[in-house]
Design a protein around this ligand. Structure first.
Ligand code: EPZ
Length: 420
């Protein structure tokens, strides 16, 4: 098993390039299963373990996949897929595997798939996904940890989501594109990854309007064809580098970003008194004069992203004063607090709030990544702590960040990856 060795670093400086968005590529790869009419070319795909697992999952049911231009591109052909059950060993590796339910239901009117488990950050139920499938006319049966969804035909309907779930919006959208008639999904998620998926589906011949608003209208079609698509930049990877620069009071330029996807994060950084400059497809931060503390409340997009919460908690530990973080999206997304406190942070949990008393003396020690973003938060804390930090279980981090240690090293960070 590998680990990261991190030492206190000087203020980060230089330029970094952001990869394609993991949380856009995953549903888009699943959506390829809808298409029986020709190859699909997807560019700017991040080279991550989650992406490889999703590709392995769809290839077990017959998808033909080849990596292009040094792995940044993927060609996928799904003419000859068959709705067989996927190996649980693969399905359980990533929760996003459940996103193949919608496409397979739409194409074959039947899908059997193991229920995705919970994970470190919460129970992660799928009730909203299943409610949407039922409203489209499917019957849903759950037993022995497997869910079987089937129907004679899918018929468009009005579906209101109790919560703007990203995954449920994506799965229901993918099920509805081949249904008969019109579907309206209201109170749906409005994340940029939803818009990217809708753009991709429309390139294949689907008829989707309103993605990015809280009501998506879908008119069912019969035939889909191959297409080309480029994945949007990863706003969470970009936000993570902004947070690393903020914590070390550095000055960096981040290329290949969509600044409008980073509004909540940029606005919070300005509240800390960081200087943010936006360009056509880059963003700059000068964090030398950060001194103010701030409170954070995570919300569905366009609110402050829950996927940026651990990283910003590490930023707040470097600022004198008290910041309160209210995690409203996931019920158990404070696993990093114990590890930060072991490094000397002064963070107290009160229900779904973390009270962060900043500018305590942080010292390096051995810590463990519990999930993808918690691990990113620990890296940022390690860059600011005196002495050496060792982060184990870094496979969590590598699910969402390609060679993060190389990118940080280029910015002047003292970080290296070693085999345990
Ligand atoms: C997506 O997960 C992302 N993953 C998550 O990123 C992200 O944190 C999350 O959206 C919120 O932005 C991918 O896109 C692959 P949700 P998802 O359904 O779709 C509840 C990362 O670090 N809920 O919007 O699973 C759920 O319990 C990952 O990259 C139901 O109650 O998130 C949670 O409290 C972590 N019933 C809330 O909604 C349901 O049927 C948000 O979940 C579905 C969800």
């Amino acid at each position: 098993m590998s680990k990261f060795i991190i030492e206190r670093s000087s203020p980060l400086s230089g330029e970094v390039y952001i990869d394609g968005a993991k949380n856009s590529a995953l549903p888009i790869i699943a959506a390829c299963l809808l298409c029986a009419g020709g190859d699909i070319f997807i560019d700017n795909v991040p080279y991550l373990s989650d992406i490889s697992v999703m590709c392995r999952i769809i290839s077990t049911i017959g998808a033909k996949i080849s990596r292009l231009n040094e792995g940044k591109g993927i060609r996928i052909g799904c003419e000859n897929i068959r709705p067989v059950e996927m190996p649980y060993e693969l399905v359980k590796k990533i929760r996003a595997s459940f996103l193949i339910a919608g496409p397979l239901l739409a194409r074959f009117k039947k899908v059997r798939i193991q229920l995705p488990g919970g994970c470190a950050i919460g129970v992660r139920p799928i009730d909203l996904h299943l409610k949407g499938f039922s409203l489209l006319g499917a019957s849903v049966k759950q037993e022995h940890g497997v869910v079987e969804i089937s129907c004679k035909k899918l018929k468009g309907n009005e579906i209101h989501l109790d919560f703007p779930s990203v995954g449920a919006t994506e799965n229901i959208m993918m099920a509805a594109v081949l249904a008969q008639g019109k579907t309206v999904i209201s109170n749906c998620a409005v994340e940029p990854e939803i818009v990217d998926l809708a753009d991709f589906l429309n390139k294949m011949g689907c008829k989707i309007e309103g993605a990015g608003s809280d009501s998506i209208k879908i008119t069912g079609v019969e035939i889909l064809s191959g297409c080309r698509h480029r994945i949007i930049p990863d706003r969470i990877e970009a936000g993570t580098f902004l947070a690393a620069a903020a914590a070390t009071r550095g000055e960096i330029k981040i290329n290949n970003v969509c600044c409008s996807h980073l509004r909540a994060v940029s606005s919070k950084l300005k509240e800390l008194n960081a200087e943010i400059t936006e360009g056509e497809n880059h963003i700059k931060i000068n964090a030398k004069n950060i001194y103010k503390n701030a409170d954070i409340k995570t919300m569905p997009y366009p609110g402050f992203p829950t996927d940026m919460q651990p990283q910003f908690m590490s930023v707040l530990t470097t600022i004198a004063g008290t910041g309160i973080i209210n995690e409203t999206v996931f019920e158990n997304r404070f696993m990093h607090v114990g590890e930060l406190n072991r490094m000397g942070a002064d963070i107290r949990l009160e229900g779904r709030c973390a009270v962060v008393r900043g500018a305590s003396r942080m010292t390096g020690t051995q810590v463990k990544a519990t999930d993808l973003r918690a691990g990113a938060g620990l890296i940022i804390a390690g860059l600011c702590a005196e002495g050496k930090s060792e982060i184990s279980d870094i496979y969590h981090i590598e699910r969402g960040y390609y060679k993060i240690e190389e990118k940080l090293k280029k910015l002047g960070a003292s970080i290296k990856k070693v085999e345990e």
